[in-house]
Design a protein around this ligand. Structure first.
Ligand SMILES: Nc1ncnc2c1ncn2[C@@H]1O[C@H](COP(=O)(O)OP(=O)(O)OP(=O)(O)O)[C@@H](O)[C@H]1O
Ligand SMILES: [Mg+2]
Length: 383
């Protein structure tokens, strides 16, 4: 059986004793216990986000706030815990209210049998969710050391190459809420954005999602960043919930995380499998990159962090291996500087020509990210 964890918010002592007996008998791990809901719930919500219980057991007879608001708030964290409403005695009105509010069970003494059955149902549904989650796609992120290093350029060009290379489906998601340019560069034709996904979390399923994304290139779909200032205020939790869903729909998900580290990006990075930090061979950018690497390491981010140096020039002042030494992270890939090629392409509203030198570099980087063996150089008489 799937191992469940629970948070208990119960005031009545007898009820609490009965519940804790049932949880013990069912081998459910209790991650927090509270005698009631605090008025200021900021700390509690942080705790729930962090501890990610599968279920919150909530005594409903004693609440001051409308149950609907309380349940909605408790479930607004990434793990979307189930809420079991418990009460000292049955109360027909309260049963309806609890179920309408989004509680998945309504329980009252004697608890033993119904409680056990409810936990079993929950374990089964959590298990299937978990399997779906495991079967979900790889999540990678591009992030600029400072503005203009090329995170968006790399994210878009890798996204173009990846579907054919991995023979799978790819989502490019623009998480740069300040200046989301992916939609423009990819000629996204949807009027919807991440804000619409976040506002409709309850309705997210395959067909709803399909209405939000754009597709222009084979195997690639794009979800844009919100453009209206009022829509840009998305919380880390909302974004994580959207991404948790999105990654179940694709083989790969590519994020453009904009520049440098914010609380939102740090929270996204917890979900990410690989982060590609994009810098340029100039001291201010390298300085920021070094700081970011240090911050991520200090915060104990366990996933792979890789360095891409963009806009390298032949005979430039700093060599790639020197940059790697300086930052304490070897250079995963470097990209030559070719401003003209990009401007020409953008003037035509295209990405760079795949057969150009810059285009070929993006394809190589994408293949390396995908873990494909490097192509052998063709033997040529002309060198
Ligand atoms: N290899 C390159 N050679 C020349 N110019 C480049 C290269 N890569 C990116 N650029 C140009 O640099 C500018 C910034 O690139 P891009 O928008 O990808 O950076 P970013 O890191 O996403 O910036 P922002 O912080 O604004 O999100 C663009 O005008 C882009 O065309
Ligand atoms: Mg950008």
């Amino acid at each position: 059986v799937y191992p469940l964890s629970a948070g208990v918010i119960v005031e009545t002592k007898e009820l609490w004793e009965e519940i804790s007996g049932c949880l013990d008998a069912a081998h459910v791990r209790t991650v927090f216990e509270l005698p009631g809901l605090p008025d200021d719930r900021t700390a509690l919500m942080d705790r729930i986000e962090r501890l990610a219980p599968d279920v919150i057991i909530l005594e409903v007879g004693t609440l001051r706030d409308p149950l609907e608001n309380v349940v909605r708030q408790l479930r607004s964290v990434t793990s979307q815990p189930a809420v079991f409403a418990v009460r000292t005695e049955a109360n027909p009105e309260s049963i309806l209210e609890a179920l309408r509010a989004g509680a998945s069970e309504y329980l009252y003494p004697p608890l033993e049998e119904p409680f056990h059955a409810a936990l079993e149902r929950l374990a089964r549904s959590r298990e299937s969710q978990h399997l779906r989650f495991q079967a979900s796609g790889k999540l990678i992120a591009f992030i600029s050391a400072k503005g203009g290093c090329g995170a968006t350029t790399l994210a878009c060009h890798v996204a173009r190459e990846l579907p054919q290379q991995v023979n799978g489906t790819v989502l490019l998601a623009d998480l740069d809420l300040q200046v989301g340019q992916v939609g423009f560069l990819m000629k996204a034709n949807s009027t919807y954005s991440l804000a619409d996904a976040a506002a409709n979390l309850q309705r997210l399923d395959r067909s709803y999602w399909k209405a939000l994304v754009s597709n222009g290139l084979p195997g690639l779909e794009v979800i844009t960043a919100p453009q209206a200032p009022a829509a840009k205020n998305l919380s880390a939790t909302q974004l994580r919930q959207v991404l948790s869903f999105a990654r179940t729909q694709y083989d790969w998900v590519i994020l453009d995380l904009g520049r440098n580290l914010t609380t939102n990006t740090l929270s996204m990075l917890e979900m990410v499998d690989e982060t590609y930090l994009v810098a340029v061979p100039e001291l201010p950018a390298l300085h920021e990159a070094k700081r970011m690497i240090q911050n991520l390491r200090d915060a104990g981010y366990p996933h792979a962090l890789r360095l891409i140096v963009n806009r390298m020039t032949k005979g430039g002042e700093i060599r790639a291996d020197e940059i790697g030494d300086m930052l304490g992270l070897p250079v995963f890939a470097s990209v030559p500087s070719d401003y003209g090629a990009l401007q020409d392409a953008y003037t035509e509203r295209q990405l760079v020509n795949p057969s150009s030198k810059l285009g070929a570099t993006f394809a190589q980087i994408s293949a390396k990210i995908a873990g494909l063996p490097p192509k052998q150089k063709k033997f040529s008489l002309f060198g």
